[in-house]
Ligand binder design. Structure first.
Ligand SMILES: CC(C)(COP(=O)(O)OP(=O)(O)OC[C@H]1O[C@@H](n2cnc3c(N)ncnc32)[C@H](O)[C@@H]1OP(=O)(O)O)[C@@H](O)C(=O)NCCC(=O)NCCS
Length: 205
């Protein structure tokens, strides 16, 4: 069975990774259970002995009304890092993704690494992050040249987290400025009393 080996690899690879919550292997296990899981975009690299040394997963996300892909995670065993394994996995994933009809691979990650693989600020393509992160960390790779037209806030599947911030509007109530934040909460998040999947919070600013 290859899945335990993949999860172990992901866990080991992220053990010393900065900006990691060290739960990426759990994300992989959860995403595999998702009805939208795409086996062809769950890719392993092996050494000559057949040991799994690298792994990348691309999963379906929504951008506006369009299906695109999120790249997460990418992981290479520490002793094999810096030898082109990660790059080879990502380039191959791009080829498969394009052949399946997707237009973008989107990710939240370290620009120092992903810029080397030609990822650019997602906002440049009209792809808006649902997270409050600096622009350069939310990146996209267009699978077509020229890039396909697209616009919208990214909506991740529930496995990525319990709560995703979608948008806000400024408004005035009794002459005071308020900001109305919209959130989506997911099925594995502690259930709300009324089981709402969307909710909003009003804050005085
Ligand atoms: C990030 C990771 C997947 C890279 O895989 P890798 O096989 O070591 O990377 P590659 O050898 O394919 O490197 C490709 C290029 O990126 C560069 N690079 C590799 N890791 C880098 C890093 N952390 N920061 C900046 N550049 C990096 C390489 O020098 C290489 O550049 P070059 O083409 O100019 O020579 C791997 O280091 C890893 O598993 N890290 C722990 C998990 C992790 O952090 N995942 C990413 C989350 S954002």
């Amino acid at each position: 069975m290859v899945y335990p080996a993949i999860e172990k690899l992901v866990e080991i690879a992220f053990q010393n990774a900065p900006h990691s919550e060290h739960n990426e292997h759990i994300l992989v296990a959860k995403l595999r259970q998702n009805a939208d899981f795409i086996p062809a975009l769950s890719l392993c690299a092996k050494d000559e002995q057949g040991q799994i040394i690298g792994y990348v997963l691309l999963s379906k996300i929504m951008v506006g009304n369009q299906n695109e892909l999120a790249l997460a995670p990418i992981a290479v065993l520490p002793e094999y890092q810096g030898q082109g394994v990660g790059k080879a996995l990502i380039l191959h994933a791009h080829t498969v993704a394009k052949s399946l009809g997707f237009s973008y691979s989107i990710l939240l990650g370290d620009p120092n690494y992903y810029q080397k693989l030609d990822y650019q600020n997602a906002s440049k393509f009209g792809i808006v992050s649902p997270f409050d992160v600096p622009d350069e960390y939310f990146m996209a790779y267009p699978l077509y040249s020229p890039p396909k037209k697209i616009a919208g806030i990214v909506v991740y599947p529930p496995e990525f987290g319990g709560l995703i911030y979608l948008n806000f509007h400024n408004c005035k109530i009794l002459g005071k400025s308020h900001r109305l934040f919209f959130f989506q909460h997911f099925k594995n998040f502690p259930k709300m009393k009324n089981n709402l999947s969307f909710f909003a919070i009003l804050l005085h600013i």
